[in-house]
Design a protein around this ligand. Structure first.
Ligand code: PLP
Length: 393
């Protein structure tokens, strides 16, 4: 039995999506910009995908610009807004410290080009405080970018409140909703944002397809130049099969969201409670009451997360750690570090993220296997006691 609990990294395709991608690859090979029959067939598939995606996020179809995924959408939103607002002498950007690298490294790149950037600090709840944003805003803030749901701990940010503050100061508001779209209700108007990023492969759609929602009237400088695709906002021949697949994934999400959120939420809670009960020295990271339903991030005292991840993989269970192992040293998770968790906790935490094909049987297997693995790893890392002390016991 192989268990996949890493849905926040990527998701398997829904069977209906596989069908749609295969059919479009076979039948819709025309270039969507061509005026002939073949081109128009491809364009019709894209139009229908755009409408399905718009319905998923409460948008108008013309506001949806297709991209190659979440990273591209984040880059487009931030670089495009920054460049469009430069003539207004707005040279300041704000994001939260727990954003995805797609946002954080785009900020770094713009900082190298003279932009001032501020990263909002957080507390152990893993939720951005509107007060921190209010303190950070200045008259030359061009853009605020705060993710809707965090990829490592799943916390949902108060995006509507943050957007209101950004707008009070004349700044644009972007949210990276890559980890919330398809899992919980996302409505661009209710969130009050100007720009929203999403990615198909996080909600059972294909990889390499995503979108940036751009509120009507928002000026963005396209950063990829070329033809007039996507109303001159994103040049390049469109990946019609992937976009058709994303459209089907969006329709499935609309149809199943409430039911699936409840089902997956119950599985996540069962897993979380089971682990906390059966393994001593465990704690959940981040505010449990304000999370996407599929994610839990748990720290295991005196266990190196990477070792536990490998031990679980050997048992056929795939999970993830926010820590990156680079050149043999374990980089602590930037999210947990930004939340002010002690160093050991930033290195001993695992993320379990569930989804479409997750079952109760899988959850129970993980709860069954974990105590033994944790015990074994703790035994290996236990410091040898001085001989005298050992004999005295
Ligand atoms: N933003 C968040 C919050 C993510 O979790 C991810 C993917 O892990 C991305 C952006 C990047 O999306 P993509 O893989 O589609 O480029």
């Amino acid at each position: 039995m192989r268990i996949y609990f890493d849905y926040n990294a990527t998701t398997p395709l829904a069977p209906e999506v596989t069908e749609a991608v295969m059919a479009a690859s076979r039948d819709l090979f025309g270039n969507a910009s061509s005026v002939h029959y073949f081109g128009q067939q491809a364009k019709a598939a894209m139009d229908s995908a755009r409408s399905a995606l718009a319905a998923l996020i409460g948008a108008d179809p013309p506001e949806v610009v297709f991209t190659g995924g979440g990273t591209e959408s984040d880059n487009f939103a931030i670089r495009g807004a920054a460049e469009a607002l430069e003539p207004q002498k707005r040279r300041h950007l704000i994001a939260s410290a727990i954003e995805h690298e797609a946002v954080l490294n785009t900020f770094k790149a713009l900082a190298r080009r003279g932009w001032r950037t501020t990263l909002l600090p957080l507390d152990q709840s893993g939720i951005v405080s509107p007060d921190r944003l209010r303190e950070a805003m200045t008259d030359d803030t061009a853009l605020v970018s705060v993710m809707h749901a965090n990829n490592e701990i799943g916390t949902i940010q108060p995006v509507a409140a943050l957007a209101a503050i950004a707008h009070e100061h004349g700044a644009l508001m972007h949210t990276d909703a890559v980890q919330s779209v398809g899992k919980i209700s996302v409505d661009v108007r209710a969130l009050g944002v100007d720009l929203l990023s999403l990615s198909a492969h996080k909600f059972n759609g294909p990889k390499g397809a995503g979108a940036l929602w751009i509120k009507r009237g928002t000026r963005l400088q396209p950063y990829q130049t070329g033809g007039k695709h996507e109303r001159s906002r994103r040049a390049g021949t469109e990946n019609v099969p992937a976009l058709a697949g994303m459209g089907v994934a969006a329709s499935l999400a609309v149809a199943k969201m409430t039911r699936e959120a409840e089902r997956v939420g119950a599985l996540r809670d069962r897993l979380e409670e089971g682990v906390l009960r059966s393994v001593a020295g465990t704690a959940v990271n981040g505010e449990r009451g304000q999370r996407v339903p599929n994610t839990t991030n748990i720290s295991f005292d005196r266990v190196e997360a990477e070792s536990l991840l490998i031990a679980l993989d050997l048992e056929g269970i795939a999970v993830s750690t926010g820590s990156a192992c680079s050149s043999g040293t374990l980089e602590p998770s930037h999210v947990l570090r930004a939340m002010g968790l002690p160093t050991h906790r930033t290195q001993n935490s695992l993320r379990f993220s569930l989804g479409l094909f997750s079952t109760e049987e899988e959850v129970d297997r993980v709860i069954d296997v974990l105590p033994r693995l944790v015990e074994k790893l703790r035994g290996l890392t236990r410091k040898p006691q001085p001989l005298g002390e050992h004999l005295a016991k």
